[in-house]
Design a protein around this ligand. Structure first.
Ligand SMILES: [Mn+2]
Length: 378
């Protein structure tokens, strides 16, 4: 955890700021809080300065915070002493004048409350020190919490691998159970149960199962529709393991499918493989997106590929880096991204294939390589 705190302090120096505030309000900001401190509770306030690490939470989490957030000073908010009051005292006691927060995960209402609370006149704790009003500047650095997590360390890569392996094993067990006549919802439910059996502590996101024409909706919700022979079924799923998520997609055929669907499948498979081959440290998201998109365009399918090629993944399903046609940032070794081109044709169906890749200097490690991408007919 120390190197993570060091990263924050480096940012504080560049930004000439005295503290980073992470507000974890029933989940928002939670992954960052856990990443910095180890604390996995749903509600807390974390403040990191050049010399101190403080975690404020409530009575529900006293024991848990002490156990998980080693290296952090734990303070418990009470009705008589709410979090804002504790924060005001820390700010005052540590000469915090410029405080960073991540505007992309911190509620506007909270920032307003914070402003009025920490700068309010007449606060007794300030009067004692002879200060009537605190002058504090709140600076939003959008996505700073994800930026800090963009390069994964060894332990994180290990957990992402485990999370992917759980999902892969569950899918492998699911396949023999799939046949015409079962519903999309039934498949989704079974896959989620299998992931739990394989060791997932939860699902990364609600499983997508889209069959036949439903496959034309990239993020279709599983329905009561029964899958039929001649259809493609797209299954997009992931597990959560020790706070780290997996995300993968396979499209399978039920019985004999049309030549057109087969051609679409092969085009997506080839595009996805081109993307996987391109992905490595030193290239941009735009370059990976371009190889997939250009290939599909050449096949006359470009206009049916209506989303970006991938996204970063870690403690959140969608995090930095960006893997799309508008990202010119060079990808860094140790980042983990997905590669998931797809084709969605209204009233016909769709195909998506997705793997998560750990970027290395010369290439990448595919976290879902145990799942074949050859068209599987069940
Ligand atoms: Mn994805």
């Amino acid at each position: 955890m120390d190197s993570r705190i060091d990263k924050v302090r480096k940012v504080l120096r560049t930004e000439k700021a005295d503290a980073l505030l992470v507000w974890n309000s029933e989940g928002s900001g939670q992954p960052a809080t856990q990443w910095f401190s180890g604390f996995s509770g749903s509600s807390s306030m974390l403040l990191i300065t050049e010399t101190k690490c403080v975690l404020v939470t409530d009575g529900r989490y006293t024991a848990q915070a002490k156990r998980e957030a080693r290296g952090f000073k734990i303070l418990i908010s009470l009705a008589q002493k709410p979090t804002f009051k504790i924060l005001s005292e820390i700010i005052k006691g540590n000469n915090v004048h410029r405080m960073l927060f991540d505007g992309s995960v911190t509620a506007y209402a909270l920032v307003e409350e914070l402003k009025s609370s920490v700068t309010s006149e007449g606060d007794t704790s300030f009067r004692k020190g002879g200060i009537k009003k605190l002058s504090i500047e709140l600076i939003s650095r959008k996505r700073i919490l994800q930026e800090l997590r963009v390069v994964k360390d060894k332990e994180e890569i290990h957990l992402l691998k485990k999370s992917a392996e759980i999902a892969c094993r569950a899918f492998t067990r699911l396949l023999p159970e799939i046949h015409a006549g079962i519903t999309e919802k039934g498949i989704a439910k079974r896959l989620e149960d299998l992931m739990a059996e394989e060791g997932a502590e939860g699902i990364a996101f609600p499983t997508i199962v889209a069959s036949g024409k439903n496959g034309a909706l990239p993020h279709a919700r599983p329905s009561d529709k029964k899958i039929k022979s001649g259809e493609l079924v797209t299954i997009d799923f992931g597990a959560c393991f020790h706070g780290y998520v997996s995300d993968m997609t396979r499209t399978i055929a039920i019985g004999k499918i049309s030549t057109r669907l087969k051609k679409i499948y092969e085009a997506v498979r080839k595009a996805q493989e081109l993307g996987c081959t391109k992905a490595k440290a030193g290239v941009t998201g735009r370059q990976i997106d371009a190889v997939c998109r250009d290939y599909l365009t050449k096949q006359g399918l470009g206009k049916y590929f209506a989303h970006s090629t991938g996204h970063g993944i870690g403690m959140e399903v969608h995090e930095l880096p960006i893997v799309s046609s508008y990202s010119d940032t060079l990808l860094i070794e140790g980042s983990v991204i997905t590669c998931e081109p797809g084709v969605y044709i209204p009233n016909v169906g769709g195909v998506r294939i997705e793997d998560a890749l750990v970027l290395t200097k010369g290439g990448n490690t595919n976290l879902s390589k145990s799942l074949s991408k050859e068209l599987l007919t069940l």
